[in-house]
Design a protein around this ligand. Structure first.
Ligand code: FAD
Length: 324
């Protein structure tokens, strides 16, 4: 485990925004995680935030008076074929490494995640998904370290116990669990099936490159699409002409990119942050954005929504609280 003090988080988070952490504890193995947990306990550190690649976090510019435990991949890959059809990975490996490990061992099943950034630990916690796939469909079990009153306890949770739902799991709900490793159930594929899976993986990456503003620091989609039936109906009562797209193109959901665009907010800028001109559900850091710039744009969208429909959309990006 590598320990840094007074570490500038903007240098490691995707958004390139964030204040200084009292401690940054870098863990690249199971032993490192244990060592970091011991350090936190020995020093009575009360606030701990686990991060992976930081691709879904908006961190304030204020100092963080606690420890950021960063779990990422080490130099030696920690992904193995534990048994036929079961690929086990350390939490700090990227989902992309798992996909490619699968391909090189004749397995398919995660190609929907082509181009989706992030570690395995965060993917399990947030049940990430794209192009109709979700982690829950391939996740067999996860090893978690649960922080209890009497100390950390290792638990192995199966798919059912992980309690997955849309972008959610018991790990996210508990806030006291650290994912240490995960097992994915993949499909043995013939050479022809493997080629199709690789093509699908590649075309998902290309779709993102074409449609998302990847040339700037972002955190992916800022808001979750509107999925609740009542909420969708409230929107359609004001925008009846959107019904066809909701029913056909978006499978009953309201696309937040569409809504933000329709409010005329595409390209709207506060300080160094801008609602992307390429995809309105992305807020980009044009170079020198501060937390308050991105947060201001998020609030602006929420206000427009509330004024028009009487409710605010839910943020998909996680906004970290530094104080309190
Ligand atoms: C360009 C772009 C496109 C994206 N597209 C998608 C998409 O299509 N679908 C989608 O679902 N997401 C998408 N995202 C969001 C992001 O990829 C996911 O949320 C991803 O899981 C974040 O992984 P991370 O390692 O960066 O986690 P971080 O951002 O570092 O952390 C995210 C959360 O996970 C927690 N966490 C991290 N590691 C662990 C662990 N080991 N144990 C417990 N908790 C942990 C953190 O505390 C935090 O709450 C996109 C992001 C970007 C930048």
């Amino acid at each position: 485990m590598i320990k840094h003090e007074y570490f500038p988080l903007s240098s490691i988070l995707y958004y390139r925004i964030g204040g200084t952490a009292r401690y940054l504890l870098e863990a690249q193995s199971r032993d490192d995680i244990q060592e970091a947990v011991d350090f936190v306990r020995a020093n009575g550190i009360e606030r701990v935030l686990v991060v992976g690649l930081g691709s879904n976090l908006l961190f304030p510019d204020d100092p963080y008076d606690g420890a950021v435990l960063r779990i990422t991949a080490g130099k030696t890959p920690q992904i193995v074929e534990a048994e036929e059809g079961l690929v086990e990975s350390f939490a700090g490996e990227t989902l992309d490494e798992v996909i490619n490990f699968g391909f090189s061992h004749g397995y398919a099943g995660l190609e929907w995640a082509g181009g989706l950034p992030g570690t395995v630990g965060a993917a399990v916690r947030g049940n990430v998904g794209a192009f109709g796939g979700e982690v829950k469909d391939r996740l067999c079990s996860a090893e978690v370290l649960e922080m209890t009153e009497s100390g950390p306890v290792t638990r192995f949770l199966d798919n059912r116990e992980l309690g997955f739902s849309y972008r959610n799991s018991v790990v996210k709900g508990s806030r006291k669990m650290v994912v240490v490793s995960a097992g994915f159930e993949l499909e043995r594929a013939s050479q022809a099936q493997l080629e199709i899976a690789k093509e699908s993986y590649q075309s998902n990456i290309e779709y993102r490159e074409k449609n998302h503003p990847l040339e700037y620091p972002t955190c992916g989609s800022v808001f979750k699409n509107i999925t609740g039936k009542d909420e969708v109906e409230r929107v359609l009562a004001v925008w009846p002409d959107a019904r066809e797209m909701v029913q056909g193109r978006w499978h009953g959901k309201l696309s937040m990119g569409y809504a933000i665009n329709r409010f005329g907010l595409r390209g709207h800028q506060i300080g160094g942050a801008q609602i992307s001109t390429k995809h309105s559900n992305f807020i980009v850091n044009l170079g020198d954005a501060r937390f308050s710039d991105v947060h201001g744009l998020i609030q602006k969208v929420k206000e427009e929504f509330t004024r028009a429909f009487g409710f605010a959309p839910e943020a998909e990006v996680e906004i970290v609280e530094c104080k309190g």
